[in-house]
Design a protein around this ligand. Structure first.
Ligand code: AMP
Ligand code: ZN
Length: 483
């Protein structure tokens, strides 16, 4: 009799979201582990230097993923890690340690305290980048050196279960004990073995075995002596510590697929016996002149470089979103300039023409927008839809504005600031803000225009541009902006 009373109501159908899962190399419907919060772990930066514009794509991508889930009524728990020790410049266990490199560069001693000091500086710089790109603060920023105990415990578990072996320089994960090794990107272990360079470390059982602990004079105490955890273990340990043993989505750049993420899977699944991650998502690379971004090639560009040249985080974010996250894109100043101009026009619509927002966005456009993003985060499609809204004569300006505000809750390119701040970003000057000499040039140009003396008017426009101002002719007279 009570059965009916307590009969569960059928759960609301899940929104249809398709995500490209690297593990199966195809688009898959997203089915979360639980109806509470979707859990996302994103491999974060190594904080030994400023992030370059390529690195930043990884976080704009995970931000779009998160915001897409939010508008589809999911709650999201998101962790981004900060690698603040021991990441070798090579994904495998060779190459220079990036943090050591940073210490050397800044003339700091090789101590844990100095490493903390160095990473403090670049963590702050990274947070500034995240703010100017309007990336939402994750639920947890997990800093690797704050999770040493969890990492050591995880290595101990693997050790106790017989998945690791000790050598003179560390503790290694024995991939041959885990037959499923290399699921991501279909790694051919035999090929790795036969194609391996002469192994520097002859104590390794297989060239793809990776260090979970590195012995050394610097670091923390463990049952294997002093040292520090290998790079891959930190992500497994922090993902589990902050999100649980099984998580919905793990993101990172494509360079992480083969070694780092296969290592994470092996360690985590051998330790817990559970499927670590259900959707692996990877963003493609940004190139410059079709070449990899790299310090050694001297082509590293940071967000600070863009700002020095007059661009904003919004401009860069807009440019990034004009390409799909799985597409490799080539950065060029011309392309960024075109993005800046397009975004400026959108901002002009919102802050100059529409000015005010209706209480509700247009429902049909909202539905279209959600559907576009639900298709593996199709941001180029979402941007095209923004332009469609501006051109749609069936909508009044207030509704256009509200609809663009709604779109901006995911795209976040600076279209939903308050009117005063938004106007400021346009650089449009009020009458009393225009310096006298500039106003004099504008007046002279206006007189030339009225007299249809176009050559003179053009010359005066150029003179204004050289002084850092632009002038645009509108029905209410010339509009002056500071570039
Ligand atoms: P790292 O600080 O080297 O660990 O890299 C931080 C993030 O940036 C990782 O997710 C990398 O996959 C990603 N990444 C590195 N270089 C590029 C690039 N040129 N374009 C896009 N993403 C990159
Ligand atoms: Zn990672």
């Amino acid at each position: 009799m009570f059965m009916n009373l307590f009969k569960k109501r059928p759960a609301a159908p899940l929104p249809e979201i398709s995500l490209y899962n690297t593990e199966h190399s195809k688009l898959e419907p997203f089915i979360p582990l639980s109806r509470k919060a979707v859990t996302i772990y994103s491999c974060g930066p190594t904080v030994y230097d400023f992030a370059h514009i390529g690195n930043l794509r990884a976080y704009v991508f995970s931000d779009i993923l998160k915001r897409t889930l939010l508008i589809h009524d999911y709650e999201v728990k998101h962790t981004i890690n900060l690698t603040d020790f021991g990441h070798l410049s090579d994904d495998a266990d060779s190459g220079e340690d990036k943090m050591m490199k940073g210490l050397k560069r800044e003339g700091l001693p090789v101590t844990l305290a100095a490493m903390r000091q160095l990473s403090d500086i670049y963590i702050d710089a990274f947070y500034e980048d995240m703010d100017s790109l309007r990336v939402m603060t994750p639920t947890t920023w997990s800093r690797a050196s704050d999770y040493i105990e969890a990492q050591i415990r995880l290595i101990e578990t693997l050790d106790e279960k017989g998945y690791t072996y000790e050598t003179s320089d560390g503790v290694y994960f024995d991939i041959q004990k885990y037959p499923a090794y290399g699921r991501l990107g279909n790694i051919d272990l035999e090929q790795i073995k036969s194609g391996a360079r002469v192994e520097v470390n002859t104590e390794k059982h297989h060239p793809a075995d990776f260090a979970v602990w590195k012995k050394g004079l610097l670091g923390w105490d463990s049952r294997w002596g002093k040292g520090f955890p290998g790079w891959h273990i930190e992500c497994s340990a922090m993902a589990m510590a902050t999100l649980g043993k099984e998580i919905d989505i793990h993101t990172g750049g494509i360079d992480h697929i083969h070694t780092h993420h296969n290592a994470e899977i092996a360690q985590s699944e051998c330790a817990t016996g559970k499927q670590f991650v259900h959707y692996w998502m990877h963003s493609a690379f940004i190139t410059i002149d079709s070449t990899k971004i790299s310090k050694s090639l001297g082509n590293t560009i940071t967000l600070r470089h863009l700002v020095d040249r007059g661009f904003t985080g919004d401009d860069y974010r807009y440019w990034l979103l004009t390409a799909h996250y799985r597409q490799t894109v080539n950065f060029s100043w011309d392309a960024l300039t075109a993005a800046k101009q397009a975004l400026y026009r959108l901002k002009r619509f919102v802050y100059e023409d529409y000015k005010q927002s209706a209480s509700k966005p247009d429902e049909a456009y909202v539905a279209k927008f959600k559907k576009i993003l639900a298709n593996d985060l199709d941001t180029p499609g979402a941007i095209a839809l923004m332009w469609e809204v501006t051109k749609d004569d069936t909508l009044d300006n207030k509704t256009k504005c509200a609809t663009l505000h709604y779109f901006d809750s995911v795209l976040e390119v600076g279209l939903s600031d308050n009117l005063e701040d938004g106007k400021k970003t346009l650089g449009i000057l009020g009458e009393d803000e225009v310096p006298e000499d500039i106003q004099a040039l504008v007046d002279k140009r206006e007189a030339a225009r009225v007299a249809r003396n176009w050559t003179e008017a053009d010359l005066l426009r150029e003179a204004l541009n050289l002084k850092g101002y632009t002038v645009e002719d509108g029905p209410q007279g010339p509009k002056i902006s500071k570039v």
